[in-house]
Design a protein around this ligand. Structure first.
Ligand code: PLP
Length: 421
């Protein structure tokens, strides 16, 4: 099936007389005929047992997203943050390290640099435009993974997936890619060498600002028996001595994530949330096309405005990442544009406060056009100098172009420019 068809049909195949739409299975538990049957499930969880780590409604959505990304399996999580956390914890323990591109979502930077550090896991940051030699030089003997973001939030820069995958594989570790902004409609990182894909499904996949969620997809391509990942090969004493690679083969990573980490951490989404996420996924392919069309029109308008100091939108031929755009996301680079307005912080605030259609929200990738001023919100704690180091200047605005008629969006932006000096 092509991706448009998969968005609608994958994950749920009703049998004769069954509901056409995957029902919301609102139950924490599942009933069995015998004690012996439950005992077997504790040996080998082949059926639903408890909704802290598996539920039929969530499972249908997991199967759909695995198909969209071209993976062998997926596990949903209660947020994008939980997906990033579990994707790393499944590979790294206290005393390990991993390498990450620095052009990633601010919340992920905090998770990696502050919270995982307290867990004894070190994140070594490298520039997104580092050479293969520079990335390799960042590795330590205890480095277990590499991480990057297809289209960085909020910098709107494109991650060179193949370059990072080459180094990761040479060094014997998997590459994890956060594909939130691109979605599998615009880019499928596994085709470029990513081993694991994570998402905040809160963004385009949901698309309607209804529920917070995340997902981890396993390509099934990485060989965890290469000597660096004994937790995958040796018997897991917390699971009656199972060896994930021996028992589950290509599914070792995603089954270990569920059987060890989801069992113990319990950051699993509710069935109702998965049902809503599925509604978003059904129209994902149509929406992504329209976001990209609207955003390109808006980006050209911004580029031609003399009050705009600089703009990041890699679909523009003048963008520094245009070559990466042509390679990885040739059909569009989402609805998110970041741009800086002349006159710094004061003018950015004047511009934003004069908008009426675009709403000021801590959100992005919605059907509704929305804006955020990182220097006053997500990056508020930084000084103007620190903002520059993070690639964010005080006048920068993150604009998430929605699905309204683009003429109405442009009219709204004109009001903003009229208010800015
Ligand atoms: C929002 C976001 C996250 C975090 O996801 P939540 O669902 O808010 O926890 C991670 N990565 C990217 C790229 C994001 O935009």
């Amino acid at each position: 099936m092509k991706i448009e068809t998969q968005c609608i049909h994958e994950g749920y195949y009703p049998e004769n007389g069954a509901p056409r739409v995957m029902p919301i299975v609102q139950s924490t538990t599942y009933r069995f005929d015998s004690t012996e049957k439950i005992a077997q499930l504790f040996d080998m969880p082949t059926e639903y047992m408890y909704s802290r780590f598996a539920n039929p409604t969530v499972d249908a959505v997991e199967k759909k997203i695995a198909a969209l990304e071209g993976g062998v399996g997926a596990m949903a999580t209660s947020s994008g943050q939980a997906a990033s956390l579990v994707s790393i914890l499944n590979l790294c323990s206290a005393g390990d390290s991993f390498v990450s591109a620095s052009t990633i979502y601010g919340g992920t930077v905090n998770l990696f640099a502050v919270t995982l550090k307290k867990f004894g896991i070190e994140c070594i940051f490298v520039q997104g435009d580092a050479t293969e030699e520079e990335i390799e030089a960042a590795f330590k003997p205890n480095t277990k993974a590499v991480f990057g973001e297809t289209i960085a939030n909020p910098a709107v820069e494109i991650f060179d997936i193949e370059k990072f995958a080459n180094v990761a594989h040479k060094m014997g570790v998997p590459l994890i890619v956060d594909n939130t902004f691109a979605t599998p409609v615009l880019c499928r990182p596994i085709e470029w060498g990513a081993d694991i894909v994570v998402h905040s499904t809160t963004k385009y996949m949901d698309g309607h600002a209804l529920q917070v969620g995340g997902v981890i997809v396993d390509s099934g391509n990485f060989d965890y028996t290469n000597g660096k990942f004994p937790d995958f090969v040796e018997p897991d004493e917390s699971y009656h001595g199972v060896s994930y690679t021996k028992t589950f083969g290509k599914m070792a990573y995603i089954i270990k994530a569920r059987m060890q980490l989801m069992r113990d951490l319990g950051c699993y989404p509710a069935a109702h949330s998965a049902f809503l996420l599925n509604l978003g996924l059904e129209t994902l392919h149509v929406r992504m096309q329209r976001y990209c069309e609207n955003a390109l029109t808006v980006a050209k308008f911004l580029q031609s405005n003399e009050k705009v100091l600089k703009i990041s939108y890699p679909a523009l031929p003048e963008d520094k990442d245009h070559a990466l755009f042509e390679k990885y996301t040739p059909n569009g680079c989402s609805g998110v544009i970041s741009f800086s307005i002349r006159g710094g912080r004061e003018n950015a605030v004047r511009f934003m406060d004069a908008l009426s259609l675009a709403s000021i929200v801590v959100h992005v990738a919605d059907i509704r056009t929305c804006v955020l001023h990182p220097a006053s919100a997500t990056h508020r704690q930084l000084t103007d100098e620190q903002l520059v180091a993070a690639g964010i200047d005080a006048g920068m605005i993150r604009l998430s172009v929605g699905l309204e008629n683009v003429e109405d969006i442009l009219d709204d932006l004109k009001k903003g420019f009229a208010a800015a000096e």
